[in-house]
Design a protein around this ligand. Structure first.
Ligand code: A5A
Length: 452
């Protein structure tokens, strides 16, 4: 089965996301998918909150006059903007854009909030839906027209150095976020022609999906004073002079969810890192004639002992095999099977989702063993993901070879860095995209890949 088909099947079978909504590039998060999304973005929220970012909420609508203010920015987005042109039957005086991202909405307000250096820095973020009329092939959770989960952070600083420092902090936050999700990445500085519209430079996080295609899963932009000059976000410096603020912004989307699914899943379905699993442990009572009550009692007792986890007892009146199958598709990290024999022997049988290995433990060591195994599941899926990622990375300085690899197994090809490389139309030569400059095991390279 090819990857796209596998991915679509999983979204449906695991109850994550329904693609049948009648607008291209839009879909519906189902309850199970919504929970994965919730736990995933809670990790990011926590990382942002504890580094002094504050959550805010700006309007979805942006007047054309604001959106068009920064020249490069609007040029980068003009083909992707959805417009609201009417209120009922009345044409609007000023067209309203559905935000493709919120720089212009937020920076209009920053001008009102920032007067003097003591008002700085400002570090805010919001998690909202944004709209982009994508012309490339749309894909569920990967290339959306309504990006349902767009976390955008925006910061303003008194000096260029502080903005640089903020870029470093943002990179650290995103590293922690993707490490927690066991998603491997390269951090790549985009070439001039591919930076965010209105940025001085753009640093991207790229991972690789099982089909070998690279995907941008997050970006950090140093905006310099581009926007602050157009939006006149001016402040009084400690010496009484006037200066424009230095800005950064950084974003992560539903692609984080797509990555968890794509990178850890296997032929049986989802494999979730325990930290984002809506159910971390499922308990399956194995009912035998005359022993029903005893097994059900034990299941409840075990659930009670494990209540610091997200535990679910599956007491549906169907065959255990069907239950195993259902929870494997949903990627529940650990399954506990409870039967009369185990109860008599004071044993507990566990099955790990990542390896499908069956493990017997002593009942009195339950808490300690479960905690160890869940940690081990995380370590194991992280190692597995990293190994596959590494196997997709090829170093070569031969462009013909690069082209062949990118056609064949794909992945990311690294070419030893030289300024000249940029001048050689490599994109045409290798029929792939230059992702930009990166460091890999201590050396500098230009990364090239077929992308999503
Ligand atoms: N304001 C800045 C943060 C910004 O908009 N940056 S961005 O355009 O690069 O978007 C941030 C991230 O959103 C991207 O790195 C990418 O991972 C994701 N993204 C962009 N377009 C998307 C789309 N159509 N569907 C899903 N995710 C998308």
């Amino acid at each position: 089965m090819d990857f796209s088909e596998w991915f679509s099947n999983i979204l449906e079978m695991a109850g994550i996301y329904d693609v049948r909504y009648p607008i291209k590039g839009c879909g519906v998060y189902l309850p199970y998918g919504f929970k994965i999304r919730k736990y995933t973005f809670e990790i990011l929220r926590e990382l942002l909150d504890k580094t002094g970012h504050e959550e805010t909420l700006f309007p979805l609508l942006i007047p054309e006059t604001l959106l068009a203010k920064e020249g490069e920015h609007i040029k980068g987005f003009e083909d992707e903007v959805y417009w609201v042109t009417h209120g009922g039957k009345t044409p609007l005086d000023v067209k309203l854009a559905l935000r493709p991202t919120s720089e212009t909405a937020i920076y209009y307000m920053l001008k009102l909030w920032v007067k003097v250096h003591t008002d700085l820095p400002i570090k805010i973020y919001q998690i909202v839906n944004t709209f982009r009329y994508e012309t490339k092939h749309t894909r569920p959770l990967i290339r959306l027209r309504e990006i349902m989960t767009f976390k955008e952070a925006h910061t303003a600083h008194a000096t260029k150095e502080e903005a640089e420092e903020q870029v470093r902090e943002a990179i650290e936050i995103y590293k922690k976020f993707f490490d927690t999700l066991a998603i491997p990445y390269l951090i790549i500085k985009r070439p001039e022609w591919d930076k965010f519209p209105g940025a001085d430079y753009t640093i991207a996080f790229d991972t690789i999906f099982p089909d070998g295609r690279a995907i941008q899963i997050g970006t950090v932009h140093n905006l310099g004073q581009h926007f602050s000059k157009t939006f006149e976000i001016e402040f009084e410096t400690p010496t009484g002079d006037k200066d424009y603020v230095y800005q950064t912004c950084y974003g992560i989307s539903d692609r984080a969810i797509a990555s968890i699914i794509a990178i850890h899943g296997d032929e049986r379905g989802l494999v979730l890192p325990p930290i984002v699993a809506p159910i971390q442990i499922v308990i399956i009572p194995l009912i035998f004639k005359g022993k029903k009550e005893m097994v059900e009692e034990k299941a409840k007792e075990i659930a009670e002992r494990l209540k610091s986890y997200r535990v679910h007892i599956d007491d549906r009146d169907i065959r255990p095999g069907k239950k195993y199958y259902d929870w494997e598709i949903k990627g529940v990290p650990l399954r506990i099977e409870i039967g009369p024999k185990d109860i008599e022997n004071k044993k507990i049988t566990l099955v790990r989702r990542d390896t499908l290995e069956k493990i017997q433990i002593d009942e009195d060591k339950l808490e300690e063993e479960i905690s160890k195994i869940l940690k081990d599941i995380y370590e194991n899926i992280k190692r597995r993901a990293k190994e596959r990622f590494e196997s997709f990375i090829t170093i070569t300085n031969n462009l013909d070879e690069a082209k062949n690899i990118l056609e064949d197994k794909k992945g990311i090809v690294l070419i030893p860095f030289s300024e000249d490389i940029y001048k050689e139309d490599i994109e045409d030569k290798v029929e792939a995209k230059v992702l930009g400059e990166t460091e890999y095991k201590g050396d500098k390279y230009i990364a090239i890949a077929k992308t999503y």
